[in-house]
Design a binder for this molecule. Structure first.
Ligand SMILES: [Fe+2]
Length: 286
């Protein structure tokens, strides 16, 4: 562990906290064009699908201006709105590094962008996923507090050896969460809003279950990282999500120690069911 509390050795060229310069001036015209192609596709698709907080975030950060965003520019607005900043990192960072950044209201984002032939699928999060997907929600004061609380919870979970339960919370909210609105469920999860196909699947497809958010139920539920989700959890409000996360998780972790995992396609008697999925998509994929 280094003297400032970060474990592991950052790669050459990165600072002790694993951050690097975004290197915005070095992006090529072709890379900016990939961003624009992805951006235009999602901006056309998301009204009526993404929640208002996400759509307002696109405006608040002026992400419509075109081209890969310069972190120096968007950080002016983001810092003013909620005190968050985006920092560039050279890919995935160790858990303790990630949590420390979140706890200090810094969002670590990939600096590279996918190739033009990878618009629909990419294994490692690139700048489009990280910035288009995650950063607009950080302009919302309640979600901004939730992400900080998650980072603080992550640091405690690491100490308690409970990261597997907490990681499910991130997965089913920050990445794949739906928000209940008077007009029906809307998307706020970054993994959905940054994906054309999952933006359609998550709301419209009859396959997945859509179930009301329940923290302990969610933390017991398995997830898949390689394909569309088989269950989405719908939070009643961002405030409810924040409030659930501000409680002490230690008693929850103790209860979860003795509780079995819940199958990814299960619907339980206590679930608030928004839609019961056919699971036809997952069955068809074997
Ligand atoms: Fe992500």
């Amino acid at each position: 562990m280094s003297s400032d509390g970060f474990s592991g050795e950052p790669p050459p060229g990165a600072a002790a906290d694993w951050t690097i310069d975004q290197g915005w001036d070095a992006y090529t015209a072709a890379e900016h064009a990939v961003w624009d192609a992805l951006y235009e596709r999602q901006a056309a698709l998301l009204p009526g699908r993404a929640c208002d907080e996400f759509l307002h975030g696109l405006d608040a950060l002026n992400l419509h201006r075109g081209g890969i965003p310069d972190f120096r520019q968007i950080n002016v607005d983001l810092q003013r709105l909620t005190g968050w900043t985006v920092v560039a990192v050279p890919g995935l960072v160790p858990d303790d590094v990630f949590f420390k950044h979140l706890a200090n209201r810094r969002f670590p984002a990939g600096q590279f962008i996918r190739r033009a032939d990878q618009l629909d699928y990419l294994q490692e999060p690139d700048i489009f996923h990280d910035v288009f997907g995650h950063v607009p929600m950080l302009t919302d004061p309640v979600f901004a507090d939730y992400m900080q609380a998650y980072g603080e919870g992550g640091r405690r979970a690491l100490g308690l050896g409970q990261l597997h339960n907490l990681a499910r919370l991130y997965w089913y909210t920050v990445e794949f969460g739906l928000l209940e609105t008077p007009a029906g469920p809307r998307i706020y999860g970054a993994g959905i809003v940054s994906s054309r196909t999952e933006s359609l699947f998550a709301l419209d497809d009859p396959s997945p279950n859509r179930i009301g958010f329940d923290l302990e139920r969610l933390m017991r539920t398995l997830y898949r990282i390689d394909d569309f989700q088989q269950v989405y959890f719908v939070v009643p409000s961002l405030r409810a999500l924040l409030d659930a996360t501000l409680q002490d998780f230690a008693p929850i972790y103790r209860r979860l120690e003795g509780a079995a995992d819940i199958a990814i396609d299960a619907v339980l008697p206590g679930d608030r069911v928004f839609s019961r999925g056919t699971q036809a998509y997952a069955s068809g994929r074997g």
